[in-house]
Structures are given as structure tokens and as C-alpha cells.
Design a protein around this ligand. Sequence first.
Ligand code: AMP
Length: 216
Amino acid sequence: MLLILLGPPGAGKGTQAEQISEKYNLLHVSTGEILRESIKKGMPLGIKAREYIDRGELVPDKVIVGIIEERLESDGGAGGFLLDGFPRTVAQARSLDVVLERKGKSIDSVILIDVDEEELVLRLSGRRVCRDCGDGYHIKFLPPQVRNVCDRCGGELYQRDDDSIEVVKQRMHVYREQTEPLVAYYKNNNLLAKVDGAQDVEGVFRQISRLLDNLA
Ligand code: AMP
């Protein structure tokens, strides 16, 4: 199975991707996580990506497509792949189609998690991430048991630089301009399924699970 999670920043793609990949044995591929990991390790990819990420802009397509191509070389999870945060431009989507065609693979479904913008700003500004394992929290909607400490691994929680209000606004703008056209792109290919992302985490997960159970 090859799934894509699509949606604006703060829609809950990362949280849902964690749970879905576990339930359906998918390899969770998050381009944002891969980039943040490269930054943490001081790798050349990270150094290059950082200037874009900190401004709320997209990392160039060529760099991102290279990362995805490499990940798709692996066997994935027993159930396949879950792409989270990729593609983010029509050019990336076209490149993905080419890569998959070469491998004799195809996309099974693109799940759009839909949330309105006001709600997204509220969510992003309260978001916290574990420095060690990358788990996501929210100070109001999904607080850890102990303030600033990850429930799973005990790591320190922090606010991503790109979750500051100015950068969030820029990321929303970039989403509308560059990523939203993918909704029409995948609708035209009959791959798009829409989920109401305004529900709580469990509600969204149930809706996605129903969609995936119908695919199997
Ligand atoms: P995310 O964690 O998915 O919100 O990604 C954080 C940041 O990483 C984005 O704001 C972009 O700067 C960069 N990024 C992640 N995925 C992509 C992608 N597919 N294309 C371009 N930039 C990306």
C-alpha cells in the first residue's frame, strides 16, 4: 500500500501518521522529520534546508525528491509506505508519479485532512515536539503528563522555530499557493479522500481507518 497524507501545517498529519503506520504496518516517511534530523546532526542536507525551513518556505523540489527516491528504494513496512508532508508541490507530485512508474508501483490513496485556518494557527502556536523521539504534543489539546517532558521517552519538549506566529503565517501562505493545487491534482486522478480534521485525534483516526479498511 502507498498512502499520502495531505493537509495544511497543523492539520495533524504527523500525529495521524504515527498511529496509522503502526496499525497498518506502514513505513512512515516524513520529509519534515528527515530534514529536522539532518539539521540536528549538522549534515550538509540539514545546513542547506535550514534557511528555507526557518523562513517558512519550501526546500527545493530537487532536494526533496532525492530524499523520497532514496526512501522508496527500501522495502518499506510490511504493509507499504505512508508519505507525510510529501508531495507539497505539483512538481513533486509529478516527480513521484515518474519514480513510482519506474518501480511499477502506484498510489493507493491520498487522504486530505481538512481544517480551517483560524483553528490551525491556534494548534500550531501551542504545539510542542520531543527533542529525542519527535513525538508531538499540544499544551492545551494534547498535553504531556509532566510539563515539557515526553510521555514516551522522557525527552525534553520544545517549540519548533517554524511554529512561531510570523513563520506560521508564511507557511499558511505557502500552503495555499503551492500545496493546495494538489487537491485538484489528486481529485482528477480519483485518488483523493477527504477527512474532517476539526474532530479530535481519535475521531480523525477512526475516519481514516474506515477509509483504509475499505481499500484493503
Ligand atoms: P513539516 O514538518 O512537514 O511541517 O515540514 C517542516 C518544513 O520542512 C516545511 O515548512 C518545509 O520548509 C520543509 N519541508 C518538509 N517537507 C517538504 C516538502 N515535501 N517540500 C519542500 N519542503 C518541505
